[in-house]
Design a protein. Structure first.
Length: 104
């Protein structure tokens, strides 16, 4: 299962972590993993280009985005990614889990 953790502080996205594998199909043919990876790599690339986060770390089966800036453009990118990930979760709930935590 792919586990997605989203942290929102004071109404702003502040951290996103994605880890695991969907295991819907064999490696290289897993459409759920491909979908989540596409959303997340697109987000990482956009944040990198726009200097929207202080720390973006990508390892074998984990992506962590931390120190997310609070400007409107960066937050809109995160909201778009969340909507895309929620769409995947709705379609493939046996393979994708999203936990959103809000702190004040």
């Amino acid at each position: 299962m792919i586990h997605i953790s989203i942290l929102v502080r004071d109404g702003k996205y502040s951290k996103v972590t994605v880890k695991g594998h969907a295991e819907m199909d064999e490696y290289g043919k897993d459409l759920v993993c491909a979908g989540v990876s596409t959303v997340m790599f697109g987000l990482c690339n956009a944040l990198d280009l726009e200097k929207g986060a202080e720390d973006i770390a990508v390892t074998d089966n984990r992506i962590r985005i931390d120190g997310i800036h609070t400007d409107e453009k960066t937050q809109a990118m995160l909201r778009l990614a969340e909507v895309q990930l929620e769409t995947l979760r709705e379609a493939y709930s046996d393979y994708v889990n999203i936990e959103k935590k809000t702190e004040v």
